[in-house]
Design a protein around this ligand. Structure first.
Ligand code: PRP
Ligand code: URA
Length: 212
């Protein structure tokens, strides 16, 4: 792991605590959904840490003062369907004015290759700082493809936020898109023969939406 310096692992106790409950196979759909949303919000706090700010003049009930607001480029959130949807509301709580684009990808269970089925992005995607959301970074195929869609449409500033990553996925994204910073709550041990992250949390989409 240490050789990829584009990964930030968020060790905050609240994030790690929620992650543990999320992983537990006895955690039900309702709690799983709530935790994914909460984790997205907490992770968003770190992802937005370096946004540029500018001073504006305001008037409090007591006096005039200068105070800071976020400046610079506008933000865009891009969940990878389905499971990335679970992270959108948490991120929007922090960045309510962000536009949201959707990229629909599913992983072919035999080949593990991503298959695109939907893509709808803000028209000014090239001018935005984009945050791609997906709880799981396994082989990295889905994230690499989603980031490429965005770059093909002119995007220049992209961050990737995953709750759990496998070392294989981190490597794949780092090699295909070295300009993209990855933010995760954990990098797990490995992938199993079916491309699932070990220990991971199972199938994020199924656990979020109660399918299977
Ligand atoms: C899951 C997950 C990622 C992808 C990760 O989605 O949400 O998008 O797998 O795997 P990869 O890194 O090997 O590409 P899945 O294909 O199960 O679709 P879903 O979200 O619709 O359930
Ligand atoms: N997708 C998931 O939802 N879970 C994994 O462990 C791997 C890919």
């Amino acid at each position: 792991m240490k050789q990829y310096n584009n990964v930030t692992i968020m060790n905050h106790p609240m994030i790690q605590h929620k992650l543990t409950i999320l992983r537990d196979k006895n955690t039900g759909v309702k709690e799983f959904r709530e935790l994914v949303e909460e984790l997205a919000m907490l992770m968003g706090y770190e992802v937005t840490r370096n946004l540029t700010v500018e001073e504006v003049e305001i008037e409090t009930p007591v006096s005039k003062t200068k105070s800071k607001v976020i400046a610079g480029k506008k933000l865009g959130i891009v969940p990878i369907l389905r499971a990335g949807l679970g992270m959108v509301d948490g991120m929007l709580k922090l960045i309510p004015a962000a536009k949201v684009g959707h990229i629909g990808l599913y992983r072919d269970p035999e080949t593990l290759q991503p298959v695109e089925y939907y893509c709808k992005l803000p028209s000014d995607v090239a001018e935005r700082d984009l945050i791609v959301l997906d709880p799981m970074l396994a082989t990295g195929g889905s994230a690499v493809a989603a980031i490429q869609f965005l770059k093909d449409r002119g995007a220049k500033s992209i961050k990737l936020v995953n709750i759990i990553a496998a070392p294989e996925g981190v490597k794949a994204v780092a090699e295909a898109h070295p300009d993209v910073e990855i933010y995760v709550a954990a990098v797990d041990e490995k992938l199993n023969d079916h491309g699932y992250i070990v220990p991971g949390l199972g199938d994020a989409g199924d656990r979020l939406f109660g399918t299977k």
